[in-house]
Design a protein around this ligand. Structure first.
Ligand SMILES: CC(C)(COP(=O)(O)OP(=O)(O)OC[C@H]1O[C@@H](n2cnc3c(N)ncnc32)[C@H](O)[C@@H]1OP(=O)(O)O)[C@@H](O)C(=O)NCCC(=O)NCCS
Length: 179
């Protein structure tokens, strides 16, 4: 198994390998998980998704990682940092998706908080964003819990998305209040 990129009290985040395809394909085929992506992911599309993350690791040093239960090693979802182009500029974006059985346990917020802190401390970014569709309230709640605020709306992958974000300076001011 790959070494952990990040660890939290309950979770371990690591780079995905081709062996993770069964889990990724099962999760992305779940209708509630892919609801806001407005498409059913075939196994071939899930494989492309997984390989895109591996390309991100190589190119940027980060991407969506696999979130695992650190006690059991069970895969729970994907959270991580992806470079996204918005209105002609590249921004580090925190993304999160969990397989359906693992919603409502605080895992996305816990993994997202560790990713936000690593974006500032390990990768040296001065801000992070999250692109979230206006209808995706559960995802917006994760962003708000991470101290992000919603801003302008942009077109991204064919849909309107609200640009949530937080600057490093603000995250530092939050200090121990931050998740
Ligand atoms: C977006 C998504 C990851 C949010 O999942 P989530 O389970 O609501 O978020 P978290 O994992 O942070 O869990 C938070 C919830 O767990 C609850 N919770 C239960 N036990 C908890 C614990 N020990 N610690 C913290 N929170 C806990 C919180 O109260 C919160 O519930 P609330 O929002 O009703 O107040 C999930 O809906 C998803 O995967 N959706 C499909 C993919 C997607 O849309 N991704 C985002 C694209 S922008």
């Amino acid at each position: 198994m790959n070494a952990a990129v990040l660890e939290t009290s309950r979770l371990l985040l690591r780079e995905m390998t081709p062996d993770d395809l069964d889990f990724v394909a099962t999760m992305l085929a779940h209708p509630e998980v892919n609801h806001h992506y407005e498409r059913r992911f075939t196994r071939a599309e899930s494989k492309d998704w997984l390989w895109r993350q591996r390309e991100r690791y190589r190119r940027d040093g980060h991407g969506l990682w696999l979130v695992m239960d650190r006690q059991t090693g069970e895969p729970l979802g994907q959270v991580g940092l992806c470079m996204q182009e918005v209105e002609g500029a590249r921004h580090p974006e925190i993304g999160w998706l969990l397989h359906r059985p693992y919603w409502g346990k605080g895992y996305a917020t816990e993994a997202g908080g560790a990713t936000r802190d690593a974006a500032f401390e390990r990768w040296g970014y001065d801000h992070v964003i999250s692109l979230i569709r206006p209808v995706n309230v559960p995802s917006q709640r994760v962003a708000l819990r991470l101290g992000m605020t919603g801003g302008r709306t942009v077109r991204f992958h064919g849909f309107e998305h609200v640009v949530f974000g937080i600057a490093k300076e603000h995250a530092l001011q939050m200090g121990s209040e931050a998740v």
